[in-house]
Design a protein around this ligand. Structure first.
Ligand SMILES: Cc1ncc(COP(=O)(O)O)c(C=O)c1O
Length: 395
């Protein structure tokens, strides 16, 4: 579809490839391989001179429809899908780095992402960490062998915001690549390519699905990057998105902007209520004027997003953890679960769950304290969400 269509139109119509039956909803091609008319066609498909499907590890029409729609929404030339967000990040690392290269990452990234970077140390790819919010620190930390810069904005779970334009320039000046994990905003709220990013990764498990059903991921970038560097990794290593999951995600994209708009509005209401609560020490939400990068966030994102984190009050690590756990455990409606991006509001204690496998020092550097609670606000009434949180805070 033409780029001149608006986001909302592309979200429901981009990427559709109808079969000879003229079905209206996108079909699920649940098949591992595709049949060729003859050996010559098989050879041409394997060689890539005939672009028809071959084998669902690397080519499937339902998965392709998902990739084409997401690329249209992100404003990206090309996209490939993966089985999960983590396999998207792994494939990005494998496609961009080799032994001897250096990766510069924000300290404020998802716990498993940091562990993956550290694992790549075994293969000779070293990662060092810098604060997301200090572009000068990124510039100073660049090395002659820095190949990739990596950030989430807003970050999980503190909702810190990185200056994507400034960091893209630092990467470009050094001939490196800026990779942005756009999971918290999704393209409905933020399009990193418009701000200069070179590669975007997604955990489609989160807002793109939006209803907590399937795992999925995606990597987006230039035609050349995707064809020459990323596709060989994914085709060979095989962390493929299943056609069924791709279909669920395609359907998720259709309602993405509606959900993000409503969930962001609800999150702002919850954040304002938390900010006024006497038992809350600090609220982290980019849509609040009190957020230290509020102006930057509003220049990059349409709204503050749907994740609100907050610190409860307490004297030491033990009392902070006890207060945070008690607040969470009193909730009767909010779901105590590690996932986020669902229409149902979820609540998590990052220090003992999503970031629990990090060393205490790494957790401290990421700002993930024992009193921190992350709420991924859904579509329920904000008054009901606040009432559920009040029960715990006031217990
Ligand atoms: C910001 C971010 N990136 C990546 C991931 C990993 O995604 P997945 O669970 O789909 O592998 C997560 C998971 O919570 C996340 O929050």
């Amino acid at each position: 579809m033409s780029d001149s269509f608006s986001f909302d139109t592309l979200a429901v119509r981009a990427g559709i490839e109808r079969s000879q039956f003229g079905e209206h909803a996108e079909p699920i091609y649940l098949t591992s391989s595709f049949v060729f008319e003859n050996s010559a066609q098989a050879a041409a498909r394997f060689a890539g001179t005939d672009r028809g499907p071959v084998y669902s590890r690397f080519s499937n029409p339902t998965v392709q429809m998902f990739c084409d729609r997401l690329a249209a929404l992100e404003g990206a030339p090309a996209c490939l899908a993966t089985a999960s967000g983590m396999s998207a990040i792994m494939a990005t690392l494998m496609s961009l780095t080799r032994a001897g290269d250096h990766v510069l990452s924000s300290t404020g990234v998802f716990g498993a992402t940091m562990q993956l970077f550290n694992m790549f140390g075994r293969y000779g790819v070293e990662t060092s960490y810098v604060p997301l919010t200090d572009p000068d620190a990124w510039r100073r930390a660049m090395r002659p062998n820095t190949r990739m810069l990596y950030l989430e904005s807003p970050s999980n779970p503190l909702t810190e915001v990185g200056d994507i334009r400034a960091l893209a320039k630092i990467a470009s000046d050094a001939g490196a690549v800026l990779v942005v994990d756009n999971c918290f905003c999704s393209p409905a709220l933020q399009r990193p390519f418009d701000l200069g990013a070179h590669v975007v990764v997604h955990s489609a498990t989160k807002y793109i699905d939006g209803q907590g059903r399937v795992l999925g991921g995606a990597v987006l970038g230039s035609e050349q990057y995707v064809r020459e560097l990323l596709l060989p990794v994914l085709r060979t290593a095989g962390p493929s998105l299943s056609p069924f999951n791709a279909w669920v995600l395609l359907k998720g994209l259709e309602t993405l902007s509606l959900r993000m708009e409503r969930q962001s509005a609800n999150a702002l209401e919850v954040a304002r209520w938390l900010e006024a609560h006497p038992r809350v020490a600090r609220v982290h939400y980019p849509g609040l004027a009190s957020h230290s990068q509020h102006a930057l966030a509003m220049s990059q994102q349409k709204t503050g997003g749907a994740i609100v984190s907050f610190d409860v009050k307490g004297d030491d690590a033990a009392s902070l953890r006890a207060r945070a756990w008690a607040t969470i455990d009193q909730c009767k409606m909010l779901s105590i679960t590690g996932n986020l991006g669902d229409t149902k509001t979820t609540i998590t204690h990052p220090a003992s769950t999503t970031h629990g496998r990090l060393t205490p020092e790494a957790r401290l550097a990421a700002g993930v304290g024992e009193g921190l609670i992350r709420v991924a606000v859904g579509v329920e009434s904000p008054a009901d969400i606040c009432a559920d949180l009040a029960r715990g805070l006031e217990a």
